[in-house]
Ligand binder design. Sequence first.
Ligand SMILES: CC(=O)N[C@H]1[C@@H](OP(=O)(O)OP(=O)(O)OC[C@H]2O[C@@H](n3ccc(=O)[nH]c3=O)[C@H](O)[C@@H]2O)O[C@H](CO)[C@@H](O)[C@@H]1O
Ligand SMILES: C=C(OP(=O)(O)O)C(=O)O
Length: 420
Amino acid sequence: MEKLVIQGGTCLNGDVRISGAKNAALPLLFASLLSPEPCIFRNVPRLRDIITTSRLLSELGAEVIQLDPESIQIHAGTLSSRTASYELVKTMRASILVLGPLLARFGEAEVSLPGGCAIGARPVDLHINGLQQMGAVIDVENGYIKARCDGRLQGTRIFMDTVSVGATENLMMAAALAEGVTELENAAREPEIVDLANCLNQMGADIRHAGSDKIIIHGVEKLSGCDYAVLPDRIETGTFLVAAAMTGGKVRCTNAAPDTMDAVLSKLREAGAEVTCGDDWIELNMQGRALHSVNIKTAPHPGFPTDMQAQFVALNCVAEGTGVVTENIFENRFMHVPELQRMGAKIDLENNSAVCRGSSKLSGAQVMATDLRASASLVIAGLVAKGDTVVDRIYHLDRGYEQIENKLNALGASITRVNG
Ligand SMILES: CC(=O)N[C@H]1[C@@H](OP(=O)(O)OP(=O)(O)OC[C@H]2O[C@@H](n3ccc(=O)[nH]c3=O)[C@H](O)[C@@H]2O)O[C@H](CO)[C@@H](O)[C@@H]1O
Ligand SMILES: C=C(OP(=O)(O)O)C(=O)O
């Protein structure tokens, strides 16, 4: 199994090019199932999750062609299968996003229930309820969601009692091909939702007010192909900026989307960093400045993203003062805390809050990555620890960060990928 060995004590400086967003690219690739015409996606990050998605689409019978390292063409003209198997769904929860498109276009779909995962139970009841309200008949049997509908799905008003990114995406895709008007109430407002709506509209959909909590979709009979560039990854950007702040460096993220990152940039400024932005770049300068702990409460967008929580826990460990980080989205998203404690961090867990008593002198240790962002927090903690940190189970990292060690090394880090 591969591991990362991080030699601590380096300072990050320079430019890093941000990749396309995993959480935008995945729904976009699944949206290709809605059209019989070829769809081209550009600025696609090179990630394990993208490979999994391509495999899933191929297993359904779509033609997937890698046009260049960052561009993929998907042609779902005719499909040979309507089933997303447990084998693939268990490795990537976003596979649930085949449900809406398959049902809307072909009238049937079978998708394995994803099951719980490291960060929480993550049920899919909102996806299922919403599609049922649109006229689908859905049974859960043998661990599979089996959905069908006679004729087209029917537009309706759907109120989701929890704000869910995935449910909003699944229902928005299904509604794009439904008959009549669908109103999604209490919809998620993440930038990735807006990216998906923009792409669907390029394909001929009629989706209005994506980015607000009430999305209105006028269903159309058919969608065409597209040529669409994926939004930059705000979580990858945030991770590099936190790493720069912790190491006292100066880093410019290029090909970024500053306007998607207000909550994170404001916390970095509160932590003492100088942050400047252009249209598509963000620079963080921490040289000669003191790092202060910050209090954080995760919330749906435009609140502070749960996917940046672990990185800020790492930041608070080495910053001055006490910072309280409260996780409000997922019930079990503090698995990085015991690992950071093994590196010397002073953190107390109180219900859904991590109280970090700062100024910890971290020391390198062998640590275990348990999920994607927890892994990222251990890597950036390793950058400031004394000695070597060995991060195990880095397949989690490879799901969501493109060549993280190469990008960090180009900024001055010293990280090696080893086998065994
Ligand atoms: C591929 C992708 O885009 N993943 C992101 C997406 O995950 P994902 O779309 O899975 O997360 P959701 O927004 O759906 O989850 C938010 C909350 O709603 C709950 N819930 C969700 C669906 C449902 O049917 N019932 C229900 O109760 C979840 O358990 C969770 O507590 O949004 C999360 C929250 O910003 C991010 O951390 C993930 O990185
Ligand atoms: C939780 C995440 O992803 P996923 O929803 O794919 O598990 C994440 O990107 O941090």
